[in-house]
Design a protein around this ligand. Sequence first.
Ligand code: S3P
Length: 166
Amino acid sequence: MAPRVVLVGPMGAGKTTVAGLLGEAWDLPVRDTDADVEAAEGRTISDIFVDDGEAHFRTLEAKAVADALASHDGVLALGGGAVLDPATRALLEGHEVVFLRVGLSEAVKRVGLGAGRPLLLGGVRARIKALLDERTPVYESVAAHVVETDARSPEDVAAEVRERLS
Ligand code: S3P
């Protein structure tokens, strides 16, 4: 069993929302690795960052992604930083990966003040710019499809993902 589609992209790309819409449209279960980590740990991602640091979170995240890729028969959304792990990128090979692209201003608008996103503490716009600059080439390297999300509703984005995968 393997996910029908794996959504990657930065915070604010709409991965979780679009995954929900695809799951509804295809009548498939939806998983989100952020939620998997929080459920397994019984605490929020922000708490994991504060208590144990980002490196520990990345270890938990890599395990959640590997588990979901091996067993989840549905739609899968990865946390925005999951693709930074080379072992995770290797596991993504052969899966149907879609990069939901978002521009800087739109991402800033969507994440608001960054509540619940520990990587954004201390300056949302500057941090998002640095993350987009660093990670966009990585998302592009793992994805077969790039779907633009700026100025589009999640429904419109989900429709394009369905069209591309049909
Ligand atoms: C992160 C993105 C978050 C979450 C964590 C770190 C990142 O997920 O995994 O706060 O490194 O970009 P979303 O992309 O779902 O917000």
